[in-house]
Design a protein around this ligand. Structure first.
Ligand SMILES: C[S@@+](CC[C@H](N)C(=O)[O-])C[C@H]1O[C@@H](n2cnc3c(N)ncnc32)[C@H](O)[C@@H]1O
Length: 400
């Protein structure tokens, strides 16, 4: 039973968003989206409870402990377990199942158990009934959950769990505009590029273009508003060869008339110049949910700044964390990857891995030399009143 999760809450939350979001974003975040988001959050919660049960974690949390102490008690001896465990502890605290004790150098946690046993299956069935387009997000999370205990015990790496060749299909279905959960990031990003594209247009360089869904949403949007002609060249780049090949294939199939598009590998952790991107050669650098996995965000922002012509813009669409330490449901999956959980840290703008807050984005971009940092929507104001809202585009300009 799901008890109609989100059914009562969603209309009021969507009404609030109607007051806070600009009109262009309203069709994306309607009552149905809000309800499905709540449902997905519940699904992740139930998967977490399953992992806690299976690994004996609840026992390990009966006495107060820091994440490191709890990891030791539970037998999670490899370092890779710490960030995901810390996320689970914050998630369970937010759900009222743990007590968080501050004081001392690290937070300590204690179970307020017993924990409920909640079956994820009815949530997934309800999702399928309401909108099957979100199922790729469910399949991915469910697949990950099955391997979580082995990952926490250090028997398998997150990369093996997520990126084995037999799991490519999961990503093809997930990073897609047919996935109702993921598509909003692409649509918010496309609207931001449309709004922030210089009148004269120019060359666009996309980083981490992956399977092409971000590029496809952007090209469709520019075509709809008759601005495709403003793109002198679209340089689609990606780091993972299998993604790059698939991304090119998908874009060529979806947009057969596409000209002025190139497909090349680019690693955002290495100097752009040695990878064929000349200084000052692009008007827009675009990236959907990619920059937060840069190993050294300051370095990558510096490379982006150097690649842009004066007055050129960086536009990123990102999942934006409302408050530091606030757990975001998709981190249950992405915490498995080392690039996500363990980038080079630069306090105060990069104090942890994972998603950044609006203030951290602004700080990091300004520190790299960007000016005129903008958000679509005005995310600080939105999150102030709707703290579960996490999708935003961020724009920044290379000064003249
Ligand atoms: C959230 S996905 C973006 C998905 C993409 N927008 C799409 O529509 O398929 C993040 C992307 O960043 C890429 N990535 C990871 N490390 C990278 C690196 N060092 N340089 C460039 N891209 C990288 C990943 O391979 C992945 O495709």
């Amino acid at each position: 039973m799901t008890g109609g999760i989100g059914r009562a809450e969603a209309p009021a939350a969507a009404a609030l968003l109607r007051e806070l979001l600009p009109p262009a974003l309203l069709p994306l975040f309607d009552t149905s989206f809000v309800r499905l988001h709540l449902l997905y959050d519940e699904f992740i919660h139930r998967l977490v409870l399953g992992v806690v049960r299976e690994t004996g974690l609840e026992q390990a949390m009966r006495e107060p402990g820091t994440p490191t102490e709890i990891a030791t008690r539970a037998g999670f001896l490899s370092g890779q377990a710490l960030v995901p465990l810390d996320w689970m502890l914050r998630h369970l605290t937010a759900r009222g199942l743990l007590e968080e004790l501050s004081g001392g150098a690290a937070f300590r946690y204690r179970s307020l158990g017993p924990f409920p046993t909640l079956d994820p299956a009815p949530v997934s069935e309800e999702q399928k009934r309401l909108d099957p387009s979100w199922m790729p997000a469910y399949t991915l999370a469910e697949t990950v959950a099955r391997d979580y205990p082995a990952f926490l015990r250090g028997e398998v790496t997150g990369e093996e769990v997520l990126f084995s060749p037999r799991r490519l299909r999961l990503w093809i279905d997930y990073f897609s505009n047919d996935n109702g959960l993921y598509a909003v990031n692409n649509r918010v990003g496309a609207l931001a590029v449309e709004q922030w594209l210089p009148k004269s247009g120019g060359v666009v360089l996309e980083l981490g273009g992956g399977l092409g869904s971000g590029a496809s949403a952007l090209l469709e949007r520019l075509e709809t508003v008759d601005r495709l002609g403003a793109i002198a060249e679209y340089r689609f780049t990606e780091f993972v060869p299998a993604f790059l090949r698939r991304g090119e294939q998908a874009l060529r199939t979806r947009h057969p008339g596409l000209s002025r598009v190139t497909f090349t590998p680019l690693d955002m952790n290495r100097p752009f110049g040695e990878q064929g991107v000349a200084p000052g050669s692009v008007s827009i650098v675009y990236a959907v949910n990619t920059l937060h996995v840069a190993h050294d965000l300051d370095f990558t922002l510096g490379e982006v700044l150097g690649a842009l012509e004066p007055g050129g813009r960086l536009v990123v669409s990102e999942c934006v964390r409302p408050q530091a330490r606030q757990p975001i449901e998709s981190e249950f999956v992405f915490n498995l990857t080392e690039t996500f959980r363990s980038p080079r840290l630069h306090p105060p703008d990069r104090p942890t891995g994972g998603f950044l807050t609006p203030g951290q984005w602004k700080g990091a971009m300004e520190a790299a030399g960007f000016a005129d940092i903008r958000f679509l929507p005005d995310i600080v104001r939105v999150q102030d009143q709707a703290p579960r809202f996490i999708a935003a585009a961020i724009g920044a300009t290379r000064p003249l």
